[in-house]
Write a protein that binds this ligand. Structure first.
Ligand code: GLU
Length: 513
């Protein structure tokens, strides 16, 4: 829906956009998408992307949330060039620190008779609202304090009568061109004289937002569709204060698979949860970018630089974007496969530590490289060996948090499984014992330096073929080494376990029988 004209208005270097989160909860997928689209738009047009913290709701705003939001955005690769942590020419960038600025504008609106003090009590307003609803009218302020005489106002203020500030809403049609949705119209008579500030220094969201967008020279307001009803009110303020109107672009909702608005009941909604669950930042950014933005080709994999190159507001759809976790998992698996074994291991280690399989790194005396302690056995394990273990799963890993479950048997002293799982079809106990003995004999003969996957495969496959039914050898071998029916292949596991551990596990299996 973007017009030719809109495009002409985008002057490279002059775009200034912002993400304006309220620090009242986790960094939500929706906020991350809004931030990403603003960031991409800014980068694409060599402009500036600004972070503004909207913490005017003192009771609900918390520094911890602010911290989490900033960390989450940075982790996703979305960096701002002005913000509360780094400052900038148009600061402060926290609304709670901008009260003086707001006060100036609130006073101006009062002075110019575009706003007024309202002394009506809460009870009075509530009963008015109930009455209007009972006769089927939309609730709006009656206008009772609109024409109070200046003397009366002075008198009430002197008597410290509680007040709020209301806007003198002009009755008119507001029409604006949304860059995504096209023409949007509102009739302001429906608003009545709404509240714009709780005091001379406490504006409500709509007013604070307009003042900040103006003072921070914001050129484009790109935000969620839930803000469409706020836009006409914001335009009224822009007109009342003589501010230029920024361009607006409202992003469609993010929906769950049942097409209702994405919420907790569909699963995790915060970036922190996805991060903890082992999704990579690149995968999440790529996935989020495709929530309502469609490059117009089959291509799905985009790095941040390619997103910057390809992104355009015209390619944002109007209809809701469905959050498809299967696609996210696929994408994450894709990015996991692109990692070097070293990097992937670095990413996986915290998950092994968290599940108490290994303990954090140390340097072992006289030995090169880094080591970890296997908690159950007290043995040390080198980073190199951890890399080998993790690499076994690189192809099938969908998220990092799966790694402890997949690899835990590498970090055990004795494996727990019952005797029956060692049985291939109806092989008798005696035969299994013989096979285990045979396996041990063959494997003992292999010199440590020849303990490679290739050799193990050749030797053991030849043996299995001799017996005819390969499962008779391969199955008890797999169970002995892993304790699990589904695992990485027994030759791969034996290679990574090493000769000593492999033989030890065959002995354990023998004992179980
Ligand atoms: N603080 C608002 C929010 O978090 C910002 C809305 C806007 O971008 O104007 O939804």
């Amino acid at each position: 829906m973007m017009m030719e004209e809109d495009l002409k208005l985008i002057i490279p270097g002059e775009v200034r956009v912002r993400i304006a989160p309220s620090p009242t909860g986790h960094l939500h997928i929706g906020t991350a998408r809004t931030a990403l689209f603003n960031y991409l738009f800014a980068k694409k047009h060599e402009g500036s992307f600004i972070l503004r913290i909207e913490d005017t709701d003192v009771e609900r705003s918390k520094k911890e949330w602010e911290q989490e939001i900033m960390e989450g955005l940075k982790w996703l690769g979305i960096e701002w060039s002005e913000g509360p942590d780094i400052g900038g020419d148009y600061g402060p960038y926290r609304q709670s620190e901008r009260r003086e600025i707001y006060s100036r504008y609130i006073q101006k609106l009062l002075k110019e008779d575009k706003a007024y003090y309202c002394f009506c009590s809460k009870e009075e307003l509530e009963s008015q609202k109930q009455y209007q609803m009972s006769i089927g009218e939309p609730p709006r302020y009656s206008g009772k304090c609109r024409n109070l005489s200046p003397q009366k106002v002075k008198e009430y203020l002197k008597a410290k009568k509680p007040f709020i500030i209301r806007f003198k809403t002009p009755s008119k049609k507001i029409v604006f061109q949304d860059m995504i949705r096209g023409k949007i119209e509102f009739d302001t008579t429906l608003f009545g004289d709404f509240c714009i500030a709780k005091s001379l220094t406490d504006p409500l969201y709509n007013l604070a937002c307009v003042i900040d967008d103006f003072e921070m020279k914001i050129t484009h307001v790109i935000r969620g569709e839930d803000h469409i009803p706020n836009t006409p009110k914001q335009i009224l303020f822009q007109e009342a204060l003589g501010f230029p109107q920024p361009k607006f672009a409202h992003l469609p909702l993010i929906l769950g698979p049942d097409r209702s608005k994405l919420s907790k009941r569909h699963g995790a909604t915060s970036i922190a949860e996805y991060r903890k669950d082992g999704y990579l930042a690149e995968a999440l950014t790529n996935f989020i970018a495709l929530l309502s933005w469609n490059p117009g080709t089959e291509r799905e994999v985009f790095s941040m630089p390619s997103l910057i190159k390809e992104f355009s507001i015209e390619k944002i759809q109007k209809s809701g974007a469905i959050f498809n976790i299967t696609k996210l998992d696929w994408m994450n698996g894709f990015y996991i496969r692109q990692k070097s074994p070293e990097k992937l291991t670095e990413y996986c280690i915290p998950y092994l530590v968290e599940k108490n399989l290994i303990e954090s790194a140390f340097e072992a005396e006289g030995l090169p490289g880094q080591f970890y302690k296997i908690i159950e056995t007290g043995e040390k394990i080198s980073l190199k060996r951890l890399e080998k273990i993790i690499s076994l799963y690189q192809e099938r890993l969908k998220k990092l948090s799966e790694i402890p479950e997949l690899t835990h048997f590498f970090f055990k002293g004795k494996l727990e499984y019952d005797k029956e799982s060692l049985r291939w079809k109806d092989t008798e106990d005696k035969e299994i014992k013989n096979i285990l003995k045979k396996l041990k004999k063959i494997l003992s003969k292999i010199k440590s330096e020849n303990w490679t996957e290739k050799n193990l495969t050749n030797i053991l496959m030849a043996e299995a073929d001799k017996i005819g039914d390969r499962g008779k050898i391969l199955w008890p071998l797999r169970i002995s080494l892993t304790g699990e029916k589904a695992s990485a292949g027994p030759f791969e596991v034996a290679t990574v376990l090493g000769k000593e551990k492999t033989l030890e596990r065959l002995d354990q299996a023998y004992d179980i029988l």
